[in-house]
Ligand binder design. Structure first.
Ligand SMILES: Cc1cc2nc3c(=O)[nH]c(=O)nc-3n(C[C@H](O)[C@H](O)[C@H](O)COP(=O)(O)OP(=O)(O)OC[C@H]3O[C@@H](n4cnc5c(N)ncnc54)[C@H](O)[C@@H]3O)c2cc1C
Length: 437
């Protein structure tokens, strides 16, 4: 009988641990062909000159793909890297390496699912199947106590039912060995210049250095528990005086670590320290699941429910530019935008504030703000970003009163007391209060 080869198409699942497509392919096939495509679509420049992916996020992605290649090589395998449209590249590779099937993780946002559909069609022309796996959420879709179409739109009800009626599956194993066909041209990792971007300059004011890859993500997870070894963090971060947020989002966004790995690390930590149900991180992870499932349920509606067509006059555009560059005159907003532009990361609190301010006070179309975050955030994740923005704009599907509206009003109260503002607006360090940044 002839050998079976499975092509594993890596996208936002850049890890070897707790990765079902990799393990399943290792079990089912004689040989595995791991592939990553840098799709030019994600490096397009929009009509207004803004890149879809900024340099900081692109660098994080390059580091993550390089780390994945290293980890696969350590298991005896290799990662094929290509620049181009996956709908052209994957069928070519499938033919070249006599592939029998292609595996990938299913996405939810429409740009990502459009790409999958094109790949599926192109593979089907070769009579090859694209097998979809579910692997981006904490709770597996099949384990939810309701079908996707009946998922509660209220986060509170979603949370209550999921926590009561579902369980988080254990992490799955890591293949001991990866056997690839003989690969003649594995392909070089592109440079930022090849992706049309310049090397970013690291800002010395940044407290956390984000380096992409599974190795760094797992290190960050360990450090998080080491730094919080005895204390259960406060549940609500907004306004907290100590910042205990995990800063894991960039690694979660690219799947360098999985939601389940974080969840089970929390459980292990609680057992080791004899503290139970601290709520440590689970609530935040659930928010991530919620937005993802909302995307699955409502799809493109997230982008079309904007009833008030916003003014796009040159004056409005000028206001938007001031917001982007941190020149609104509101110190907390400006400091947050300076930090976002310099580092690609701001806290959830800062995100709520700047988004609320843009939408409610400046009355700029929320989609412009979301697109700007898409470029800048190193943890950009379609459902989390567009879902949170829609929520801030009052267009999400959660029927509760929107708390973000009130938060935006707090900006001026924070102005005079924040060390954060001093750092990012380079004012004299004269204040005591520490805001979670
Ligand atoms: C306007 C706006 C845009 C946002 N865009 C993104 C985005 O593109 N990508 C992204 O990962 N998060 C986004 N968030 C959610 C949240 O701000 C970040 O996940 C969080 O600040 C990341 O820091 P952390 O890893 O320290 O989070 P922690 O507080 O330590 O939380 C742990 C993890 O839970 C998830 N999480 C926490 N809060 C949320 C939330 N409200 N929604 C979804 N997931 C959450 C993240 O994966 C996070 O890493 C956005 C929030 C707002 C208000």
């Amino acid at each position: 009988m002839s050998e079976k080869t499975i092509l594993v198409w890596f996208r936002n699942d850049l890890r070897i641990h707790d990765n079902e497509i990799l393990l399943e392919a290792a079990r089912k096939a004689d040989k595995i062909l791991p592939v990553y495509c840098f799709d030019p679509y994600y490096f397009n420049i929009a009509a207004d000159g803004t890149p879809k992916t900024g340099a900081l996020r692109a660098r994080f992605l390059l580091e993550s793909v390089a780390d994945l290649r290293k980890n696969l090589q350590e298991l005896g395998g290799e990662l094929i890297i290509r620049i181009g449209d996956p709908a052209e590249i994957l069928p070519q590779l499938a033919e070249q390496y006599a592939v029998n099937e292609v595996y990938h993780h299913r996405e939810v946002a429409y740009e990502e699912t459009d790409i999958s559909e094109k790949v599926e069609t192109a593979l089907w022309n070769l009579k090859l199947n694209l097998k979809h796996f579910i692997g981006h959420t904490l709770y597996h879709k099949e384990d939810l106590p309701f079908p996707i179409k009946d998922i509660p739109d209220s986060f509170a009800i979603f949370k209550k039912k999921v926590e009561r009626d579902s369980n988080v599956r254990p992490c799955i194993g890591t293949p001991e060995k990866i056997i690839t066909p003989e690969i003649t041209d594995a392909g070089e990792l592109p440079t930022l210049q090849q992706l049309g971007l310049n090397e970013p300059v690291d800002d010395t004011r940044a407290r956390v250095k984000f380096k992409g890859g599974e190795t760094e993500g797992l290190k960050r997870l360990e450090e998080y528990f080491a730094n919080n070894s005895q204390i259960a963090p406060t549940k609500g971060r907004n306004g907290a005086t100590v910042d205990r947020s995990s800063k894991l989002a960039p690694w979660l966004a690219l799947g360098c670590i999985s939601m389940r790995q974080v969840y089970w690390a929390v459980v292990k930590h609680e057992q080791a320290n004899n503290v139970h149900n601290t709520g440590m991180l689970e609530l935040e992870l659930l928010w991530r699941d919620y937005f993802r499932f909302m995307f699955k349920k409502h799809g493109k509606q997230y982008f079309t429910t904007d009833e008030q067509a916003k003014n796009t006059s040159p004056e409005k555009q000028a206001i938007f530019e001031k917001w982007k560059t941190g020149n609104t005159g509101i110190p907390f907003i400006d400091a947050s935008m300076h930090k976002l532009n310099a580092t690609g990361y701001i806290s959830n609190f800062s995100r709520q504030m700047v988004a609320g301010y843009l939408v409610r006070d400046l009355e700029v179309d929320w989609k412009k703000g979301a697109a700007y975050f898409e470029e800048k955030l190193i943890d950009y994740s379609p459902a989390s970003n567009w879902g949170n923005w829609a929520f801030v704009a009052g267009l999400g599907h959660d029927p509760r009163d929107n708390k973000y509206f009130n938060i935006a009003k707090q900006a001026s109260e924070l102005d005079i007391n924040s060390e954060f503002i001093n750092i990012w607006l380079a004012e004299e360090a004269k204040f005591g209060q520490v805001v979670a940044v």
